[in-house]
Ligand binder design. Structure first.
Ligand code: NI
Length: 202
């Protein structure tokens, strides 16, 4: 019974992931309507409980990852930091969120220090395993921990690597895959934020 339930849940997760991938990459293959995003309750770097309402009015760049991530997360955060830099003053309307998929090791303070090393404007969010699971599912994010050795705490977490752009009302706009550069992200934001004076970055 347990195995069946798990298989069903796994199939459902894969179905959502495939539909999302099709939609995020601009294909028309998603046969069922899929919504991305939604309400959440998480904890920010100061240990304050926050919901999605806190970020209304900002363009959000939402990414899921973990501080021990060897490559994908540092790469994505570097590009997000670069996008903020390129946007200049317009970056004031943008809020990048880094939501951990490793709440066991990523405490609020750990996350704050980590994202702050890329750009202090990035907000790190953690929560209980259940809260993380819920927000990850809302965004169609798949993640799974794999142990690397005999130590219980020596593990990596495979995770989806899309950056989600949400509009100031909290609606999904588009996704960026792992190939997107800071210039791509900044250009996409500028195009949607309306014409503002360009800030030239050498
Ligand atoms: Ni990562």
């Amino acid at each position: 019974m347990m195995a069946n339930a798990e298989r069903r849940r796994s199939r459902a997760t894969v179905r959502v992931a495939i539909a999302l991938a099709a939609m995020l990459l601009g294909g028309a293959a998603a046969s069922a309507p899929v919504t991305v995003g939604g309400p959440f309750t998480l904890t920010d770097g100061d240990g304050t409980v926050v919901t999605e309402a806190r970020f209304r009015g900002k363009w959000l760049l939402v990414y899921f990852g973990f501080t021990h991530c060897p490559v994908a997360c540092p790469t994505a955060l570097l590009e997000v930091a670069d996008a903020l830099h390129r946007l200049g003053d317009a970056a004031a309307a943008v809020q990048p969120l880094f939501i951990t998929v490793d709440p066991e090791r990523d405490t609020a303070a750990t996350l704050r220090d980590y994202v702050g090393s890329f750009d202090p404007r990035i907000v790190g969010l953690t929560g209980t395993a259940e809260q993380i699971d819920r927000v990850a599912r809302a965004y169609g994010v798949v993640y799974e921990a794999h142990r690397r050795g005999p130590d219980d705490r020596d593990y990596v977490v495979d995770h989806s690597t899309y950056i989600y752009l949400m509009d100031p009302a909290g609606n999904f706009v588009r996704g960026f895959d792992a190939e997107a550069t800071g210039a791509d992200i900044a250009a996409a934001l500028r195009a949607r934020m309306g014409s503002r004076p360009a800030t030239t970055v050498p």
